[in-house]
Structure formats: C-alpha cells, structure tokens
Design a binder for this molecule. Structure first.
Ligand code: ARG
Length: 487
C-alpha cells in the first residue's frame, strides 16, 4: 500500500516537472509583471499585452532571448527580481530610492504621476480634503507609500491587490477616493462614467525596468537597446500605439438598460467575450491538479508521521524522530497555509527556477500531511491494542503487524475523515494566486479585473467550488455507507 502510494507520488511529480521544462533553443528571459495596469500591462485574449511587454519583448528578441512573462501581485514583482525568480521586472515601476537599494533600474522610459480619482458627485477637490477619508490604493505602489507617508494617522488606507478592485470599491461607495498612476486612472475613467480624475497630480515620477543587482551586464545591454529605441522614435510609437488602443475602447460597458438585457450583457462580457470562460476552465484544471497531487503527498507524509508517533508511543523507540514529527506538526498547524506557501516559494526555493505548480503541491502537501498525520494516528489508536498483541503472539514482528493488521483497519476507520481533508484542501488551494498561479479563484479575479464586474465572476467561481465539494461529499457519503455495510 505504502509503496504504491510513493510510486504514484513520484509518477505524479515527474509529470508536473516534465510539464515545466518545455525549452526551445534560445535562453529564457523571465519578466515579472502585474497585468492589471492598462495601458502598461493587461490581459487580453488570454495573453498579456501592453506597453511594457511590447518594449521588453522587442529588446529581448534583439538580445536573442525568448521572453517568458510571469503575472503576479505588484508587491511581488520587485521581490521576484531580487530573489532571482525573474530576470527583469516591467510593471509601470516608478524609480524610488527605497527600491534602488534592492534592484538596479534601467534608464527611465516614460514620465508618470500619482493622481486622485473620485466619484462624479464628490466634493473632494484635492489633498487638503484627505483627512478623515477612506482612500484606496494598490498595495505596494508609490500611491500606497505616498498616502502612508503624508496621511498615515489621518485617513483610512484600503490596500487592494489590483487597481481595478480599488476603482470598483470607489464606484460602489465603499471608499471616498483612489490614489493611482495617471495613465491607468485615465483608462478607468474612460470606462466608468461614474468617476472622474482631479487635475492636480500628487507626485512626478519616472518609470523604469528593474534588474537583479548581480546582473549589471543585462542592465548595460538593456540600456543600450532602450537608448536606440528612444533615438529612433520606436519607443514613443509603441507607447502611443497602446495609449490609442485603450482610448478607443472608452465607454465599452453600458449598463443603463433593463435587468434581463443587462444580465445577458454581463454574462456575455464576463464569460463569452474574448473566450473568458477559458480562464475558469484552465483555473479549474490547475486547482484540481494541485489538490489531487497535494492530497497524495499529504497521505504519504501523514502516514509516515503517524506511524512514527504511534510506534514511539507504544514501544518507546524512535524518540528522536518522534520529536521531529512533533515539531513539524506544531509548526505546520500553528501557521497559516498562505504564509507557508509564500515562505516555500520566496525563501526556500528563492534562487531555484521551479514550476509554481510544483511549489504549490509541495506547500499544500506538507500542510495537509500534518492534518492527515493526526487523522491516521487517531485511526491507529482506535484499533484495539489486542490486535497488536495477537499479531505478535502469532509470530509477526512489530512492523509486520503494523503493516498487515493494524494499518488496514485504521485506514478503513479514517477514510471519511481523509475524504473531508480532501475537501478542505480543495478550498484552501484558493490562495495559490499568491504565488502567481492561475487557479480557479485567480481566474475569477482576472475576469473581474478585465470586466470591472465583481458579481458574476465571483459567483461563478463560488458555484464551481460548491459543485465539486457537493459531488465529493456525495461520494464520501456512499463510501461511508459501503464501509458500514461491510463491518
Ligand atoms: N508606478 C507605481 C509604482 O511603481 C504603480 C505601479 C503599478 N503597476 C502595476 N502593474 N500594477 O509603485
């Protein structure tokens, strides 16, 4: 049984790893970005487009690299470069003194500013009106830093993972204003007639690309190409091109009609247009993949830990291993799974280029293992002690009795609880988006950030989870009945 499980696990991991190494000849250049920032970077037709990908793509091509774009939270973009997870960060990043301590910056490619967005009917006219207000910003941006620095104790700062969530909160009256970069602000205003931009900028900034401190050669090459693009006018052409595309899309959604037409429209915009349902489909596959593999890994770890702990309990052997297992259980059950996931991704595998799916499987597998261990231990303890004695008096060794007599009975007793762990894990993987994995939850987020509609994408995601969980519960119920009958 154990051997079969380990075999399965290894097979599964090979499949995952096999999937991550699809190489073509050219060396890879990994670009970190946060694709929710039009016109600089946004998702369309399932791929990432915008000013930054266009510039970096062109330079990469000229330097003989194959570009790979990784979408993540803005707060992780600079860390990704710093820890070697990405070679370059291109994300409408403002040059700041703080950031210069962590990464190298190329020359600036465009000027920018922080602006204020308010609702049309708002009486706010500028910074002087900030005290006492609720302000929305994108987490980790210069807008965030600015508000925090100048108004820390005077305002309520609401930090959102992406700018469109902040704008949504503004439109739906949850906050009073948003501080955001000028150009995305312009795009949001053009699509949402309920809001407007105040004329006076709060800051003047310069955008540049960020590169790892240990890679000054790449910086040199990039700057040289950037300079060429500037003098030839190519750079301005790219920027203009994307500004124009986003201008032309102004006012796309029009929701001033009847309920049913509106619903029909939103269904179309959220799921059909640009093949957006594919985000959900692919996200669902990623979620299932992570869950199934993590469950298998959890069972392997859990079984081992449970056996060690019970053996130590019953025989007094393996004291040292038992102590190690206890530490594992305490640490894993005492910290949130998101934190564990982030530590594994950014700290433990910080300088290794490893597939995110694999990281998630490892993180959730290790996490689940702790709970599974306690479930199985309970199962082993529920098997009558006499069974162990009987086995041994028949001439079996301790290990043989454990393996052929105790464990099979224990397994049967804990199957329902293990099934439940499977359900819990499925829902817990919804934090995988933190390491830039596009799981089911993230898929809903992506659609939301493109359509500025929170309702349908979130409900759809919730319904998918619910359906899977209901199916699993039903299966578990049947399994339990079967087991009872066989008793
Ligand atoms: N320019 C601001 C900063 O550097 C905001 C950038 C946000 N970029 C993004 N892709 N979301 O902090």
């Amino acid at each position: 049984m154990i051997k079969r499980f380990i075999g399965l696990m290894l097979l599964a991991l090979t499949v995952v790893c096999g999937g991550c190494g699809k190489d073509s000849g050219a060396p890879k250049l990994v670009m970190a970005t946060n694709a929710a920032f039009p016109p600089y970077e946004y998702k369309e037709h399932g791929r990432i487009d915008g000013i930054d990908p266009a510039i970096v793509g062109l330079i990469a091509q000229r330097l003989g690299y194959e570009l790979e774009i990784r979408d993540m939270e803005f707060g992780a973009v600079i860390t990704a470069v710093q820890t070697g997870k990405a070679d370059i960060a291109a994300s409408g990043i403002t040059i700041t003194e703080e950031r210069k301590k962590q990464v190298l910056f190329t020359n600036s490619y465009v000027s920018a500013a922080q602006m204020i967005l308010v609702r049309k009917d708002s009486g706010i006219t500028g910074e002087a009106d900030f005290p006492g207000k609720s302000i929305g910003v994108q987490e980790g941006t210069t807008g965030d830093t600015y508000v925090n620095k100048h108004f820390k104790d005077k305002v309520r700062i609401n930090r959102y993972k992406d700018p469109s969530s902040a704008v949504q909160a503004l439109i739906t009256n949850k906050i009073d204003l948003v501080v955001i970069d000028a150009e995305p602000a312009q795009v949001f205003v053009s699509k949402n007639p309920e809001i407007r931009q105040l004329p006076k900028p709060l800051t003047h900034e310069e955008y540049a690309f960020a590169i790892n401190k240990n890679n000054p050669e790449l910086l040199g090459k990039f700057n040289a190409e950037l300079m060429k693009m500037k003098t030839s006018g190519e750079l301005d052409d790219i920027i203009e091109h994307y500004r124009k595309i986003n201008d032309e899309r102004a006012g796309e959604p029009d929701f001033a009609r009847g309920f049913w037409t509106r619903l029909e429209d939103s269904l179309y915009v959220n799921f059909v247009k640009d093949g957006r349902y594919k985000y959900l489909l692919n996200g669902f596959i990623v979620t299932l993949e992570i869950t199934v593999l993590a469950v298998l890994m959890g069972i392997v770890i859990g079984l081992a830990v449970a056996v060690v702990r019970c053996t130590a309990d019953q025989t007094g052997h393996l004291k040292w291993l038992d102590w190690l297992c206890r530490v594992y259980l305490t640490v894993i059950r005492g910290t949130p799974v998101v934190v564990q996931l982030l530590i594994i991704y950014f700290v433990i595998f910080s300088s290794i280029n490893i597939s995110q799916v694999l990281v998630a499987v490892i993180a959730f597998g290790i996490n689940s293992g702790a709970y599974v261990a306690e479930i199985i231990r309970g199962g082993i303890m529920s098997v009558d002690r006499g069974q162990m004695e009987a086995g041994q008096s028949l001439g079996l060794t301790y290990t043989q009795t454990m393996r052929f007599v105790v464990l099979p009975q224990a397994f049967k007793n804990v199957l329902p609880a293990l099934g439940n762990e499977f359900i819990v894990l499925l829902k817990e993987t919804s934090v995988a988006g933190y390491i830039a994995l596009q799981d089911l939850t993230k898929a809903g987020d992506i659609i939301r950030s493109q359509t500025y509609d929170a309702f349908l994408p979130l409900i759809a995601v919730a319904l998918i989870y619910l359906t899977v969980v209901m199916c699993l519960s039903w299966l578990l119920g049947r399994l339990e009945k079967r087991l009872k009958k066989n008793e």
